[in-house]
Design a binder for this molecule. Structure first.
Ligand SMILES: C[S@@+](CC[C@H](N)C(=O)[O-])C[C@H]1O[C@@H](n2cnc3c(N)ncnc32)[C@H](O)[C@@H]1O
Length: 236
């Protein structure tokens, strides 16, 4: 199931009035350890519920070989490996908070030894990259783990490292649009760790407050799991 829309974000409404929790379901300080424990089985979940949205996000990224591409929260490297395939003459960087997830990403990326890439531990809240140095920033299923405060901080960092005219592609757990897809919302409330600390979020409407122009949003459901893809640009 896919719904596309050209996005004109509305007035800034508080997260609470949107029904979206301000606080993170799992505190950031515990995310590294949580994902270290989830790393061995993560790809099974990712294949069953997120693979279609991830594939579509890759198409929407419209990678041109030779770009400087940063993936924040690379996880096990499912997306990063596809980026390496499409950007063999560019510069490819990835960071994540979890050593366990990063180890998997390094294993995947090692098949592309001739490509210029670097994978390191790091946080979206304090990106270890120069301002205006990135052409394309990809980030999948991370904002759905963050508090409203950390979301604002990470978006500020994304805006800082992106060059004028640079693009971002975000994918996140969305708020379900069908009764059955809302099941995941209930699970995230009852047992946040079962869903790796994620819950449905709406990031698109926050982007203009950080200077981004939103191009498109798409809603996807896979095994009832609701995802939203957002593409946006930092104006020239
Ligand atoms: C649900 S997984 C998604 C992984 C990958 N992006 C994917 O789509 O397969 C969430 C990832 O975000 C990472 N993460 C959470 N908060 C982060 C932060 N502040 N900075 C960098 N990575 C973070 C976690 O360690 C974990 O690997």
């Amino acid at each position: 199931m896919e719904i596309r829309s050209c996005c004109t974000p509305g007035s800034p409404t508080s997260d609470r009035s949107q029904g979206q929790a301000e606080a993170a379901p799992v505190p950031q300080e515990q995310i590294g350890a949580l994902y270290d424990s989830l790393a061995p089985a993560y790809d099974v979940w990712a294949f069953a519920t997120e693979s279609k949205a991830r594939k579509r996000a890759l198409e929407l990224a419209r990678i041109q070989d030779g770009e400087a591409i940063l993936e924040v929260a690379v996880g096990t490297g499912l997306m990063f490996e596809q980026v390496l395939r499409r950007n063999p003459h560019g510069k490819n960087m990835g960071i994540d908070l979890s050593e366990g997830m990063l180890a998997k990403a390094k294993e995947r990326a090692s098949k592309h030894a001739k490509v210029d890439y670097e994978l390191s531990l790091g946080s979206a809240l304090d990106l270890p990259f120069q301002s205006e140095s990135i052409d394309l920033l990809i980030n999948t299923y991370m904002f759905d783990l963050l508090s409203a405060e950390d979301t604002a901080e990470a978006l500020g960092e994304f805006a800082r490292v992106l060059r004028p005219g640079g693009r971002i592609v975000l994918v996140n757990m969305a708020r379900g649009r069908t009764p059955m897809s809302r099941l995941y919302e209930h699970i995230s409330r009852w047992s946040p760790r079962t869903l790796g600390g994620c819950r449905g979020v709406e990031v698109a409407r926050k982007l203009p407050h950080h200077g981004f122009a939103v191009d498109e949003t798409e809603y996807h459901q896979q095994c009832l799991f609701p995802s939203e893809i957002v593409t946006a640009r930092k104006p020239e």
